[in-house]
Design a protein around this ligand. Structure first.
Ligand code: S5P
Length: 262
């Protein structure tokens, strides 16, 4: 089943963050997530405010910012309320359960306090999910697992992807989906119980010279049946107006979804 609407999908989830994400997608008619990998607070907040109306989710790499402070988080939360998007900290946790638990809740970033969604590699084993869950579940947060990557030569194999899915099935209360290049089929249409978010999306470039590989929104949403496109430099990296570029990706992503529904 590929012609299920976002609203119908929301009903498959008990996790509040997952339901909220689908609600925002349907309400704002956008399956675009912005990967806002800029290095100053001013640029970050400026772009987030401009692009906020056109996205369902803002993905951060909070440790890229050279002038991070608690005020940045306060401002970001205000923008979240103003524009209605979820915040996804792309921390890619990859350590033992006890360590990731501390990385998630402690340190200067205190990610658990403001990020609706986080992600993790399953390489260390299921303890990583248990550790993050001890912090995130009671806060109604959601975890995405990296089932595939967009970069050339990455070491993820089909077996690794399958094992990642197995782990997700054991934690459906907290694992809300995957970072993957496509909607990965799972027995009995269980894939509809997970959100698939796909990075490596670009309308102009095919690669970035450092291993990133780009596909179009149509390839990702219509053909590969993913739910959400994650776009970074395609929006803020060309020197063009970020609002114009965000609308271009929003429209491309939404039209690709409508085409799939037909
Ligand atoms: O496999 C991946 C997983 C992720 S989360 N490939 C990726 O590119 N990402 C992230 O998506 C990456 O860390 C970056 O923040 C974003 C892609 O950015 P862009 O500028 O290449 O669109």
């Amino acid at each position: 089943m590929t012609n299920v609407t976002y609203t119908e999908r929301a009903a498959n989830f008990n996790n509040k963050t997952a339901r909220k994400l689908f609600e925002i997608i349907e309400h704002k008619k956008t399956n675009l997530a912005l990967a806002l990998d800029v290095s100053t607070k001013q640029e970050f907040l400026d772009i987030a405010d401009k692009v906020g109306p056109y996205i369902c989710c803002l993905k951060t790499h909070i440790d890229i910012l050279i002038d991070f402070d608690n005020d940045l988080i306060e401002q970001l939360k205000k923008l979240q309320i103003k524009h209605d998007f979820l915040i996804f900290e792309d921390r890619k946790f990859a350590d033992i359960g006890n360590t990731v638990k501390n990385q998630y809740s402690q340190g200067i970033y205190r990610i658990a306090e403001w990020a609706d969604i986080i992600n993790a590699h399953c390489l260390p084993g299921e303890g990583i999910i248990n550790g993050l869950k001890e912090i995130g579940l009671s806060l109604n947060r959601g975890l995405l697992l990296l089932a595939e990557m967009s970069s050339k030569g990455n070491l993820i194999t089909r077996d690794y992807t399958n094992s990642t899915i197995e782990m997700a099935l054991n934690h459906k209360d907290f694992v809300i989906g995957f970072i993957a290049s496509r909607k990965i089929p799972i027995n009995n249409n269980i894939q509809n119980d997970f959100i698939f978010m796909t990075p490596g999306v670009g309308l102009s470039n095919k690669e970035d010279g450092l291993g990133q590989q780009y596909r179009t929104p149509r390839e990702v949403i219509t053909e590969s049946k993913s739910d959400i496109i994650i776009v970074g430099r395609g929006i803020y990296g060309s020197g063009k107006d970020v609002i114009t570029e965000a609308k271009r990706y929003r429209d491309a992503g939404w039209n690709a979804y409508l085409e799939r529904l037909k």
